[in-house]
Design a binder for this molecule. Structure first.
Ligand code: SF4
Length: 504
């Protein structure tokens, strides 16, 4: 008998084990609480891939014929040696998943679940997903698997980790099933999406009677208290043992690890972390290295994925002075240390294969309006230093912030094209206004994501730089620049930055 069964629900990118649940497992077992964790996202994918739907066209028939081959190929290193072969395997596997979804009127992919009738942004639709659980595409799988798990684990609680909108409808379908079939078991739901919802100033719980406990924020402490333990002050390393035999879609084993939550900078305008008031909490750098050493001694891994919103300068220095002896990547800000070419060389020696950088814009005015705390010249120098050191860069650009119009977007284009050799990968996003950010108050907001759980809204751009103009600029100008087009072509489809370090 275990106290709690923890579930990572579909659909999320199946490249690595779920970090949030592993952290909970570490804290629970560290307090002598029995628990079992399962990745029903990965198991659910394998269930979908076992279906044999009819295929109308040649591509679909090929995709279905090669499902097993592609599933296996994407879980080993060989396919990643040839980018074209890799892309084809991903596209074919995704196609096979899409076809299964089509049969159930769901836009299903390796990374997404989009129901044509129910919205994950509507609490009413989520309740309906729970009431009509048997209509969910995964129902034959999860009704059998959850029953088997609950009968063998006999938990008092079932915990769902809900982090992405793409997981919401399936999570609620599973909750509906558990509620009906096992009414005596308490349902607990936490994760990033719950945290965002609960931090809305107008939050009221629309899930009373369906979910027993909603846990916002890093869930370890609240879950321990719920389970009757007084949390001691020790930080517990994540525990991935329940996932150690699973075949994720990656060429090697990835160890996701969060050295902090929140953000030490916490000043950028419109940042959801800031809008949600998430407190910065970090694990001391020396403790991070100790925990990593312990995790690496328990299991073999090929890559550390740091999940922090921004790795702190102190942790970067610690990684340089005590390298973890394995490749790693993560998000950093443009910090003074990175202006030093020697420091970048040392980072490379520490195992850093790729850094993700929230550059956002090539316009000094836009960066300043966003209180980004970085200047264009420094970004250029850091990109150059990282390139010289052999560290790949995954650069995030954001178009359509209130301070930007076409002229500034063109500056971003010029900046990117000029530094194309130092930019390995690019992520282009159109700005969504976090509805509850302080800065949104000065803007004329109009909700464009219909639903009472929307976190983002549309707004009247003060300079008339509306979404359709931005899309047109990106498609007709930005992406057509030959240097930029070459960078975009390099991006691993669907898996993007999760697989990018394997192509550096
Ligand atoms: S660095 Fe990133 S996480 Fe931190 S405040 Fe800025 S946008 Fe938010």
């Amino acid at each position: 008998m275990s106290e709690i069964l923890l579930i990572h629900p579909p659909v999320a990118k199946p490249a690595e084990p779920p970090a949030g649940i592993a952290k909970l497992v570490g804290a629970l077992r560290g307090h002598k609480i029995d628990c079992v964790a399962v990745d029903l996202n990965l198991e659910g994918l394998d269930y979908v891939l076992r279906q044999k739907p009819a295929a109308a066209d040649t591509w679909s028939r090929r995709a279905l014929r090669h499902v097993d081959k592609n599933r296996a190929a994407l879980s080993g290193p060989d396919e990643y040696q040839n980018f074209d072969r890799y892309k084809r395997a991903v596209a074919d596997l995704n196609r096979a998943v899409e076809i299964v979804g089509k049969g159930a009127a769901v836009e299903l992919s390796l990374a997404n679940y989009n129901d044509r009738e129910l919205s994950p942004l509507s609490s009413q639709d989520l309740r309906q997903a729970a009431e009509t659980a048997a209509e969910n595409i995964y129902y034959p799988f999860f009704s059998r698997r959850l029953t088997e798990l609950i009968e063998s684990v006999t938990p008092s609680f079932i915990g769902f980790s809900l982090n992405y909108l793409s997981q919401a409808l399936c999570t609620f379908a599973m909750i509906g099933f558990c509620r009906e079939r096992f009414p005596e078991i308490k349902i607990v739901v936490g994760g990033g999406l719950i945290t965002s919802w609960v931090s809305r100033p107008d939050w009221h719980n629309p899930f009373a009677g369906l979910i027993d406990h909603l846990l916002a924020g890093p869930g370890e402490v609240s879950l321990l208290i719920l389970l009757g333990k007084t949390p001691n002050n020790r930080n517990f390393a994540p525990d991935y043992r329940d996932f150690s035999n699973l075949q994720y879609l990656a060429p090697g084993r990835i160890l996701p690890y969060a050295a902090s939550s929140g953000c030490y900078w916490n000043r950028c305008s419109f940042c959801p972390e800031k809008a949600e008031g998430n407190r910065y909490q970090q694990i001391k750098p020396e403790v991070v290295l100790t925990e990593l050493k312990q995790l690496l001694s328990e299991n073999s891994y090929d890559l550390i994925h740091f999940l922090d919103n921004a790795l702190s300068p102190a942790l970067l220095r610690q990684l340089v002075s005590s390298p973890p002896r394995i490749n790693w990547y993560g998000f950093t800000r443009i910090e003074p240390d990175l202006l030093d070419p020697d420091f970048c060389q040392k980072l490379k020696k520490s195992g850093c294969v790729m850094l993700k950088l929230g550059v956002e814009s090539g316009s000094a005015e836009v960066l300043s309006a966003m209180t980004k705390g970085i200047v264009v010249d420094d970004v250029a120098r850091v990109l150059g230093n990282l390139h010289a050191a052999g560290i790949a860069t995954y650069v995030y650009l954001l178009f359509g912030t209130p301070g930007e119009a076409l002229a500034e977007a063109r500056q971003t284009l010029a900046f990117t094209a000029e530094r194309h050799q130092a930019i390995t990968f690019l992520n282009l996003a159109i700005f969504n206004l976090p509805l509850y950010s302080a800065e949104s108050k000065g803007l004329k907001v109009q909700n464009f994501y219909v639903g009472d759980l929307s976190l983002y809204g549309d707004f009247v751009h003060p300079r008339g730089w509306q979404r359709q103009n931005i899309r047109s600029f990106l498609d007709r100008e930005f992406k057509r620049n030959p240097e930029i087009a070459a960078i975009i072509k390099r991006d691993p489809p669907i898996f993007t930055s999760n697989h990018a370090p394997f192509f550096c």
